[in-house]
Design a protein. Structure first.
Length: 198
């Protein structure tokens, strides 16, 4: 009897330093309200900057995906990002996703993301149609939330000042595994590809 190769849910991302994750945890504590049962928070310890979601892949594809990542980072040296601002998609009046913004060398980040997109599309992964908007997801509003609840949460977000700027030195990209459990997703780093040192 032959075993089919193991399927793993994967994405390519930039991992965040602990200091930035602690800052996101503080922001979560500031915005969390017991009456907001309709808000599903992401665990700040697991927040990362996703560059490309791959979905389920065979475990034996990890090597070729890593090779594609190596091709994508060629010629891109390490760069600096900062985490600042807070907002909601699609907007604060109809909040569906609470996000934290990314500043710094976003042009370099976009180039890196486009290279990864191209290298993985060449392997047969579906091309992402939406344009890349660098952000970190901190919470999602549940489907059943009323327009008033969404607006109320949006107003709270709109009046929150996120003044701290957390610095992220981007030195590598990682292929991450996401395992969905009732307690939330568990992320494991599978491989890492370093950027050029200047």
């Amino acid at each position: 009897m032959t075993h089919s190769p193991e399927q793993i849910r994967c994405f390519v991302a930039i991992e965040l330093p602990d200091e930035a994750k602690e800052g996101l945890a503080r922001l979560k504590r500031e915005l969390e309200r017991t009456e907001h049962k309709f808000v599903k928070w992401v665990n700040p310890r697991g927040v990362h900057l996703t560059l490309k979601f791959l979905g389920n892949i065979h475990s034996k594809q990890v090597t070729e995906v890593t090779e594609a990542m190596r091709t994508a980072v060629q010629g891109i040296s390490r760069f600096h990002l900062e985490i600042s601002d807070v907002g909601a998609f699609p907007n604060l009046k109809q909040a569906r996703v609470l996000w934290v913004g990314i500043g710094g060398a976003v042009d370099k980040l976009s180039r890196l993301q486009q290279n990864i997109e191209s290298a993985l599309t060449a392997l047969g992964f579906a091309k992402e149609e939406r344009s890349f908007v660098p952000h970190l997801t901190l919470a999602r509003i549940k489907q059943g939330a009323s327009p008033m609840e969404r607006r109320g949460f949006g107003e709270l977000v709109g009046t929150t000042i996120f003044e701290d700027k957390y610095h992220v030195e981007v030195e590598a990209v990682s292929l991450m595994r996401s395992q969905l459990t009732p307690a939330g997703a568990i992320y494991t780093r599978l491989t890492t590809v370093a950027l050029l040192e200047i």
